[in-house]
Design a protein around this ligand. Structure first.
Ligand code: PEP
Ligand code: MN
Length: 279
């Protein structure tokens, strides 16, 4: 065992705590298997029509799962906060119609029941990675969890956050690298692909990458998505919006459906080199 692996020795997240790698089954879509699972959709659910259009186009391009926030963690209390339960209902309805599993963020422990009712996997956002009471409660549910890395969290803290969920009895956890804050001003975050590769080395849990929040810049999403696959990521979560200039949140980092479709074609050969398939 190398010295980094020794640091998480005897923990449930440690790779050598089990014989095989964890595969997380989200309504038939397996993360951590042969397929590189691409999750796509808007930052926030804004209207049924836009979500339907997005779902139809990203599914056509090969996305396996649909994303969309209903409870949005916004820096300003005056920014669009999401549609709440109405958004969840729309997300579930469109996911069902398109035959795509859906993912959305749970911001608060008290929302776990309603988010679980409509979403196939629950996302813990970067701002909540250190919310230990939320993590403990997610350890008790029978639904997969996507755990984003905190914006200033070390890999050790990120793995320990996952340990909270596993220790509660829920081992259906997917890790997501989404960049951390750095001195850089021209990107929103600094996407740390070494953290994704390190997590893959240390834990049996699947690791996906979010190049949208990881860069905050539309033109950088595709290069980072490709690099993530080459670095061994098990999947991607990408923001896509039919009219990014009119998006109520994160339009500047959202791909158009056309850009997403090109990206899907470009990652296919990279996945192949890595011994994976993209769809
Ligand atoms: C999101 O996925 O829309 C989101 C808010 O991400 P993060 O928690 O990584 O900022
Ligand atoms: Mn967003």
């Amino acid at each position: 065992m190398n010295s980094l692996a020794e640091k998480i020795n005897k923990m449930l997240v440690a790779k050598d705590s089990q014989d095989s790698l964890t595969q997380v089954n989200v309504k038939g879509c397996v993360i951590g298997g042969e397929q590189i699972v691409v999750i796509a959709g808007p930052c926030a659910i804004e209207s049924e029509d836009w979500l339907k259009e997005t779902a139809f186009k990203v599914r056509g391009a090969g996305a396996a799962m649909l994303r969309g926030g209903a409870f949005k963690p916004r820096t300003s209390p005056y920014s669009f906060q999401g549609l709440g339960e109405e958004g969840l209902i729309t997300l579930a309805k469109i996911g069902e119609a398109m035959n795509m599993p859906v993912i959305t963020e749970v911001m608060d422990s008290e929302d776990i029941p309603v988010v679980s009712e409509y979403s196939d996997i629950l996302q813990v956002g970067a701002r909540n990675m250190h919310n230990f009471s939320l993590l403990k409660k997610l350890g008790q549910i029978d639904k997969p969890v996507l755990l984003k890395r905190g914006m200033a969290a070390t890999v050790e803290e990120w793995l320990l956050a996952a340990e909270y969920i596993l220790a509660g009895g829920n081992n259906q956890v997917v890790l997501c690298e989404r960049g951390t804050r750095s001195a850089e001003k021209w990107t929103r975050n600094t996407l740390d692909l070494s953290a994704a590769a390190l997590a893959k080395e240390l834990t049996h849990l699947p690791v996906i990458v979010d190049p949208s929040h990881g860069t905050g810049v539309r033109s950088l999403v595709a290069p980072m998505a490709k690099a993530a696959i080459a670095a061994g990521a098990d999947g991607l979560i990408v923001e896509v919006h039919p009219h990014p200039e009119r998006a109520l949140s994160d339009g500047e980092q959202s791909l158009t459906p056309r850009q997403f479709s090109i990206l899907m074609r470009e990652i296919e050969p990279i996945g192949k080199v890595m011994g994976r398939r993209v769809r």
